[in-house]
Design a protein around this ligand. Structure first.
Ligand code: NAP
Length: 268
């Protein structure tokens, strides 16, 4: 029997109780990785993800932590050390939206989104790098010392009216990822991002739930369908694997062509 793509790898997925994170955790486990399923508030959902993985013969466990808290992030990596002996792959995925027109947006809405979607990713990634260094390179496990994948968004590139906090966080994440990649590549730490387009999850339910909303959304997607969390998960498995060993500091857009300015198809 041939090894699976991620056999022997140990992975953390933040915000894995729901949506994209859940699909990513499942796909990494199906590819052979042992997975820590992080959640903030949805314990039952996270435990269900773990049960599903274990039932399919994979290895997973759930840990509660708020990624915006340095102490909580340390706890996550402590759990990885204790249960799996370390970590090789970190998918920094946890995210929230607090939408409002620009002048209606409260400072609280602004802070919350920056805190989770940008500062939380920074805190987790910083702890990951410290752990990778302590572990040291194990060429039998991977040619990389460690792999970090940020979940960004097409809105790291496309401005988004009514969501300035979210677009600012994702735009910041782009340069956080690229600057980290530049700084850490010589140590064989690979930092990349995945940028989903419109994916059917709880975060954007309003955008795909009704037929009317879906038709409006589809005008923005040349490929003609709203994305599924599994579309993102498949791409993350590849980015996390050593098949992508020479991919460093890249954002992989998985968006059905949303970034192609579809409105210009009819002339500009
Ligand atoms: N869906 C899309 O179309 C889309 C497009 C582009 C980018 N994204 C990005 O994809 C990522 C996942 O979003 P999703 O669509 O899968 O949304 P989702 O279904 O709402 O999932 C969000 C996840 O983040 C977790 N979370 C929120 N705050 C957290 C915190 N402080 N600490 C730890 N976990 C926290 C939630 O956990 P609890 O429920 O346990 O609190 C949940 O598991 C986000 O970064 C989002 O910006 C999504």
């Amino acid at each position: 029997m041939t090894d699976k793509l991620l056999t022997g790898q140990r992975a953390l997925v933040t915000g894995a109780s729901s949506g994209i994170g859940r699909a990513v955790a499942s796909a990494l486990a199906d590819a052979g990785a042992a997975v820590l399923v992080n959640y903030r508030s949805s314990q039952e959902d996270a435990e269900q993800v773990v049960r599903d993985i274990n039932q399919r013969g994979g290895k997973a466990f759930a840990v509660q932590a708020d990624v915006a808290s340095p102490g909580n992030c340390e706890k996550l990596f402590g759990a990885l050390e204790q249960k799996l002996g370390g970590v090789d792959i970190v998918v920094a995925n946890a995210g929230v939206q607090r939408d409002a027109a620009f002048t209606e947006m409260t400072l609280d809405d602004w802070h919350k989104v920056i805190e989770v979607n940008l500062t939380g990713q920074f805190i987790c990634a910083q702890e990951a790098v410290r752990r990778f260094r302590l572990q040291g390179l194990d060429p039998d496990r991977s040619p990389a010392l460690g792999k970090i994948i940020f979940t960004s968004s097409v809105h790291q590139a496309i401005p988004w009216a009514g969501h300035v906090n979210y677009a600012t966080a994702k735009g910041g994440l782009k340069l956080l990822m690229e600057s980290m990649a530049q700084e850490l590549a010589p140590e064989k730490i690979r930092v990349n991002a995945i940028a989903p387009g419109a994916i059917k999850t709880a975060i954007n339910q309003d955008a795909w739930e009704t037929r009317e909303a879906r038709e409006k959304l589809l005008k923005l997607i040349p490929y003609g369908r709203v994305g599924e969390a599994e579309d993102i998960a498949k791409a993350v498995v590849w980015l996390a694997s050593d098949e992508s060993d020479y991919v460093v500091g890249t954002t992989l857009f998985v968006d059905g062509g949303m970034l192609l300015y579809p409105a210009f198809r009819e002339g500009g």
